[in-house]
Design a protein around this ligand. Structure first.
Ligand code: SAJ
Length: 406
């Protein structure tokens, strides 16, 4: 039996996927409310295909509990925040989960860590916890790092098809865990050592962050001299060895906007490009505010209360708002003591900011100037409703004449 610890954005789909591929799974989370919701058949976030996967896992016998189970294999998938001051990973949730596993697991158990961690976290924080409990890693407890790689919005497909990395001290343990993931994963699964697995995961997300930062910097350069950044990137990407990502109003989520900071925190005198890239991405919500101000000047708009932000989630077609560019922009406005702009997002039913609307027509009737912050398909579908508005399109998805861009 596999005990999956942490039933959030990664742990839940992984547990469901394993259960629906014939593995006995118990999902554990210390949040009793979450466990009760799952036991009552309610999923706590939206993701394409998750409802069907949940139903299939429930029919296959998956169970949810707030208790850690006595078994031989644990998969730990809990959050790994970073300390905003030191930029280093904060392993408190992983360490707490490992201690809880150690309290119940038999000798010989394998603990697989799926959470993203900075290179060296297992040696610095996890091994000592195990050794201090009187067990030896490599014989009493086997440690494995199997970083997740799935992208919100396409998680189920990517769980099935992405290649994966397994890092283990012992190749035979790595092979055993590879077989476990092979029960559902059709991609190639590479077995390597733990340190390499830790580093590859952070490097993958850092590569994307740096590429987005490059696109964002190009957007600023092009704005300065009135050039079309989208056309320039489109043409550059026709070169066989160029693949520039897209500029946007900022970088959110709990991965691309967080993980690269681990390298800056651990290697401050070496990770210069990464540091500057993260600062560039973090500057984008303020860049959007400057664009709003210059468009207001140009159009003679003085009434800020008739401006609205369309989109609140960290990216398109998900309901996750963690570190979202819209929230970053609102925070920046508050720091400048400016009134908070109106906000609407078709994916966000809960009230999470001031001036938030829950009906598109009411939102649009209350504003003259709309800022497209997220490229939800639903926003694209309703684009025709914006034709009499002033539009700042931060994603180049709007084909209305006269629209403003970043
Ligand atoms: N973004 C841009 N321009 C782009 C692409 C994205 O501004 O061209 C922005 C998005 O709008 C969003 C942010 O970047 O605010 C991050 O979104 P994302 O779609 O790039 O990535 P995540 O955070 O949803 O998922 C990433 C993925 N990593 C890589 O592609 C290397 C995913 O595979 C990882 O599993 C995930 O991080 C994770 O959990 O680590």
């Amino acid at each position: 039996m596999v005990n999956v610890i942490g039933l959030g954005y990664i742990g839940l789909p992984t547990a469901l996927m394993m259960a629906s591929h014939g593995i006995e799974v118990v999902g554990t989370d210390y949040n009793e409310g979450l466990v009760s919701s799952l036991n009552a058949g309610h999923i706590t976030f939206k993701e394409t295909g998750l409802v069907e996967l949940f139903e299939s896992a429930v029919s296959a016998g998956i169970r949810f509990s707030s208790e850690y189970q006595i078994t031989d294999t644990y998969i730990v998938s809990v959050p790994t925040p970073y300390d905003k001051f030191s930029k280093k990973v904060d392993p408190c949730f992983v360490v707490a989960a490992i201690k809880s596993v150690l309290a119940v697991c038999p000798t010989g158990a394998t603990i697989v860590i799926e959470s993203t961690i900075s290179p060296g976290t297992i040696d610095r924080y996890i091994r000592p916890v195990i050794e201090n409990s009187g067990r030896r890693t490599g014989c009493d407890i086997q440690l494995v790092h199997a970083p997740e790689r799935i992208i919100p919005g396409n998680m189920i497909y990517e769980l099935l098809h992405n290649n994966r990395t397994i890092g283990a001290d012992d190749v035979s343990v790595g092979e055993r865990i590879r077989n476990l993931y092979s029960s559902f994963c059709q991609g190639e699964i590479v077995v390597t050592d733990i340190r390499t697995a830790e580093m590859t995961k952070v490097v993958e997300n850092t590569f994307r962050a740096v590429n987005i930062a490059f696109a964002n910097e190009l957007a600023k350069i092009c704005r300065h001299d009135n050039m079309d950044v989208y056309e320039i990137i489109r043409i550059c990407n026709m070169h066989p060895r160029v693949n520039i990502l897209q500029p946007g109003p900022g970088v959110g989520g709990h991965c691309i906007s967080v993980d690269p900071w681990f390298l800056v925190g651990d290697y401050p005198s070496l990770a210069k490009v990464i540091d500057e890239s993260m600062k560039t991405n973090d500057s984008m919500p303020d860049f959007v505010l400057q664009r709003i101000a210059s468009i207001m000047d140009e159009r003679g708009i003085t009434n800020i209360s008739r401006i609205g932000l369309y989109g609140l989630t960290y990216k398109e077609n998900v309901d996750d708002c963690r570190e979202s560019p819209t929230l970053q922009l609102i925070d920046s406005q508050k720091r400048h003591l400016a009134p908070v702009l109106k906000v609407y997002d078709p994916f966000v039913e809960r009230d999470i900011v001031d001036n938030q609307y829950h009906n598109l027509d009411e939102f649009l009737n209350s504003i003259d100037f709309v800022v497209i912050m997220v490229k939800h398909d639903e926003i694209k579908k309703n684009m025709y409703k914006l034709k009499n508005k002033i539009v700042l399109d931060c994603h180049n998805i709007c084909d209305i004449p006269g629209v403003y861009h970043l």
